[in-house]
Design a protein around this ligand. Structure first.
Ligand SMILES: Cc1ncc(C[n+]2csc(CCOP(=O)(O)OP(=O)(O)O)c2C)c(N)n1
Length: 566
């Protein structure tokens, strides 16, 4: 008896089930009507967002908090183009995602048909890979490939464009168990010879520093990193995307390096004679002026993506491989032959930490944004997922939250996308029901996807939005103050703000406000104990700047602090 044929839209839903997908984020339209009809009949849960950008960020938050592939769906034309910022955000931060877009009928492609957009062309530079499915017979295999490419090697977003006829036509459903793509074979095991050389270099170094990036987290190598540090006793600095890979307040932790990193991290890097960078790509926010970065250091670069080796920084010893596998192998050798702690270096680091702590001013009458984060540390005791928007609040969240667990601090690092945090938090919450999920927002960024209050209200997704409201586009204001002689061009939002409490209430969401330091703790407690979504409008000191700061294009040890040059 021959197997029965299945409609493309049903093949899509069945393939998603085979991939273990339980939740998708999306928005319907003409070219995905058949898919939505099958979603209606399916037990995969679809979350209707209010803007496709939010669907992509929600899939991103879902993926970053779990390591699973996040899935979003949009119609052709404007639906697809609305996904682009979310896809580019995921691409810059190496997040596994599959985005499905509707497309006009195959025969109409290229005719400027209604709601046609060349989403394959548009997303070519911002996806790990993309596919236009031309025949329903190829659909299942293409989906298999899309998920495989998204989650293996250096993870990233994959887009699958689905002409409407492909969703209507029928084929026999046959989902491949496994797959081999001859042109795509990521190297996961590092060269043992190079790994042994690396250990020799670590043994001989006097002032080594480890740089841990998002690759440690996406490889689930946090445990291995912790063991590596306990075996080698080296100071370790975590990039924005690496926060949580190593306990933030541990003795060996240098916290975050770079433009708004700790001064002790930047000084340590500049004095280092060896950098061991793991799953980080020497972004300019970390290195500052490249030819002044770590002038005395040899570099060991461990990365799954060979294209990253030597891209920005000359590498003495490259190790291409998965961070988890490489660290495991390193740890095994280190257990056989231990390494002495570099005591004089650790003493220098201790002193740097004492001399250059992160500090902020506390006023009795005005709320310091950093204080809000410290109260959150106390109230959540490290047991919360955080997302952020982009701006000064994001940098304070990086600096002041106590990052103890991987996948618990989720922020748009590479693209710096305002409007990311709230929808990403929705995705985190859907993936982690029952957990506390907090979005640290600025008043500017929050308004970029504020419509999602409707989504969290309808589905009762209990995300806590904490707006550090300075009534400025604060990060841009800071640059204007410091580098444009205080010409505040288009950054002052005073008098242009909605009443966030009323906006929340209009969507059926709890709205709270704090205007004095004495109110902060109570308001946050109320927010955290509320069994539903919340918006907390916290009126913070308006002109607070983020310090330390490395001026753009400068050397990372030439920092500005609260009281001028450090
Ligand atoms: C989509 C987008 N547009 C513009 C920018 C440039 N930008 C970076 S930070 C910032 C200000 C953010 O203001 P707000 O969200 O209020 O946060 P604050 O800096 O005040 O904490 C802007 C406009 C951006 N990062 N993303």
């Amino acid at each position: 008896m021959s197997a029965e044929k299945m409609k493309g839209s049903k093949i899509l839903l069945e393939s998603l089930k085979k991939e273990g997908v339980t939740d998708i984020f999306g928005y319907p339209g003409g070219k995905v009507l058949h898919i939505y009809d099958d979603i209606y009949k399916s037990d995969i849960k679809h979350y209707l967002v209010r803007h496709e950008q939010a669907a992509a960020h929600a899939a991103d938050g879902y993926a970053r908090s779990t390591g699973k592939v996040g899935v979003c769906l949009a119609t052709s034309g404007p639906g697809a183009t609305n996904l682009v910022t979310g896809i580019a955000t995921a691409n810059m931060d190496s997040v596994p995602m599959v985005a499905f877009t509707g497309q006009v009928s195959s025969g109409d492609i290229g005719t400027d048909s209604f709601q046609e957009a060349d989403i394959i062309g548009i997303t070519m530079p911002v996806t790990k890979h993309n596919f236009l499915v031309k025949d329903v017979k190829d659909l299942a295999l293409t989906i298999k490939k899309a998920f495989y490419i998204a989650r293996t090697g250096r993870p990233g977003p994959v887009l699958v464009d689905l002409p409407v006829d492909v969703t209507v036509n029928k084929a026999i459903f046959n989902y491949p168990e496994s797959i081999i793509i001859p042109s795509y074979k990521p190297t996961t095991k590092g060269s043992s010879r190079q790994i042994k050389n690396a250990i020799k270099m670590i043994r001989e170094a006097k002032q080594p520093v480890v740089l841990a990036g998002g690759g440690v987290i996406s490889a689930n190598a946090s445990e291995e990193l912790r063991e590596f540090i306990s075996l080698t006793k080296m100071p370790v600095s975590s990039t924005l995307l690496g926060l949580g890979a190593y306990p933030y307040n541990d003795y060996y932790s240098l916290q975050m390096p770079g433009m708004h990193g700790t001064a002790f991290s930047n000084f340590a890097i500049q004095e280092a004679d060896l950098l061991i960078s793991i799953g980080m790509r020497f972004d300019d926010r970390i290195t500052g002026k490249l030819d002044t970065f770590a002038p005395n250091a040899k570099v060991i670069h461990i990365d799954i993506d060979p294209a990253e080796i030597g891209k920005c920084i000359a590498t003495v010893l490259p190790i291409v491989g998965d961070a988890k596998e490489v660290l495991k192998e390193m740890n095994a050798y280190l257990k056989e032959e231990s390494i002495e702690a570099k005591e004089p270096w650790l003493k220098i680091i201790e002193k740097l930490k004492l001399d250059y702590p992160l500090t902020y001013k506390m006023d009795k009458n005005a709320i310091s944004p950093q204080y809000v984060l410290e109260v959150l540390n106390e109230l959540t005791n490290g047991d919360a997922f955080y997302t952020t928007e982009v701006g000064t609040h994001q940098m304070w969240a990086a600096q002041y939250l106590n990052h103890t667990q991987p996948r618990h601090f989720i922020s748009s690092g590479g693209l710096g996308t305002m409007g990311f945090g709230f929808p990403a938090a929705m995705g985190v919450q859907v993936a982690n029901p029952g957990k506390t999920v907090i979005n640290i927002a600025g008043d500017g960024s929050f308004q970029m996807n504020i419509q999602e209050l409707s989504t969290v209200s309808y589905y009762n997704i209990p995300v806590k939005n904490i707006i550090l409201n300075n009534q400025w586009l604060g990060m841009v204001r800071q640059w204007q103050e410091l580098f444009f002689e205080e010409r505040y061009s288009s950054t002052n939002l005073e008098g242009m703000q909605p009443d966030f409490v009323k906006v929340a209430e209009a969507y059926g969401v709890l709205g709270l406000r704090a205007t004095k330091p004495a109110e902060v703790r109570e308001v946050l407690k109320r927010a955290l104990s509320h069994n539903g979504p919340v918006v907390v409008d916290i009126r913070v000191v308006r002109e607070e700047n983020v310090f330390p700061m490395v001026p753009a294009g400068g050397a990372i040890d030439k920092m500005i602090g609260e009281r001028g040059s450090i």
